[in-house]
Design a protein around this ligand. Structure first.
Ligand SMILES: Nc1ncnc2c1ncn2[C@@H]1O[C@H](COP(=O)(O)OP(=O)(O)OP(=O)(O)O)[C@@H](O)[C@H]1O
Ligand SMILES: [Mg+2]
Length: 256
């Protein structure tokens, strides 16, 4: 029986490419014919829109699941990519989050809900908002692995240490063996940039945890966002699409 690998895309800084990575890593794993579920756990619903899932198309979403109105499976929708299913988000998720956050222990809710479906998917990818709020803690508590997105443009030493504290808190509070899968550099065109960045940020001690693949700056990303279909459907040969395909193979190999 398949037991899915649950990966939350983390990083407390906004705009590092978490949603871009969630959508394109999930699409790439699906192109490798891995049964993949992409969960949009961000009220911005960016991943939902990018996968071409319009609010008109679905009558149920994650808020109805979190409030116990419908079972998890009923809110899952098919996408335009074979092997890729999606749990859509809507803006009102932030209101549901405010209510749920009042009850201690609700941070485990998504983890418990995934028990229903984890035997049906090889991978479950969760896109969470960049904050220390209920939704990102819940998304991290549901995962086995954290994939941390970084860019060489942003000072993220502080961010990195906060993330480590957050992981410690989640492990201790919820007794879950959460681990960092590794660091993925985004918007980076040369390996040398990463080396210089690590030296500059005094982050050489994470060098071993950085994935070989890095995602280049690619204008095709904006174009495919505007067209509401994942990058691989827009131009599979584009620099970032082929990088995400390489990355999905590296990630798959790493998690075996
Ligand atoms: N490799 C890239 N090449 C070109 N543009 C990119 C790249 N990665 C991200 N972007 C641009 O940066 C924007 C922000 O990326 P994304 O939405 O993935 O960030 P995020 O980390 O999810 O932000 P938030 O914290 O707000 O959820 C995207 O809309 C896209 O236009
Ligand atoms: Mg995002």
């Amino acid at each position: 029986m398949v037991m899915s690998k649950i990966i939350t895309i983390a990083g407390q800084k906004g705009g590092t490419g978490k949603s871009v990575t969630a959508v394109n890593l999930a699409t790439s794993l699906a192109l490798l014919e891995k049964n993949t579920l992409l969960i949009d756990f961000d009220p911005q619903a960016f991943a939902t829109q990018w996968c071409g899932i319009k609010e008109l198309d679905y009558t149920s979403d994650i808020t109805m699941v979190l409030t116990g109105r419908i079972p998890f499976k009923e809110a899952i929708v098919k996408t335009q990519v074979n092997y890729l299913d999606m749990m859509p988000a809507v803006f009102s998720l932030f209101q549901v989050a405010l209510k749920l956050a009042k009850t201690p222990g609700n941070e485990k809710m998504l983890r418990l809900l995934l028990k229903d479906v984890e035997s049906e998917y090889d991978y479950i990818i969760i896109d969470a908002p960049s904050s220390y709020g209920y939704l990102s803690i819940c998304a991290m508590t549901a995962a086995q692995w954290l994939l941390v997105c970084m860019t060489v443009q942003q000072n993220c030493l502080e961010d990195f240490h906060c993330l480590l504290k957050m992981i410690k808190y989640i492990r201790k509070t919820h007794h879950v063996p959460l681990k960092i899968a590794g660091f993925l550099f985004n918007r980076c065109n040369f390996k040398k940039q990463i080396q210089e960045f690590l030296e500059d940020q005094n982050l050489l001690d994470i060098e071993q945890m950085i994935f070989d693949t890095f995602i280049p700056e690619d204008k095709n990303i904006k174009e495919s966002i505007d067209l509401s279909h994942p990058l691989a459907l827009h131009d599979i040969k584009s620099p970032a699409a082929s990088a995400y395909l390489d990355f999905s193979k590296e990630m798959h190999f790493f998690l075996q």
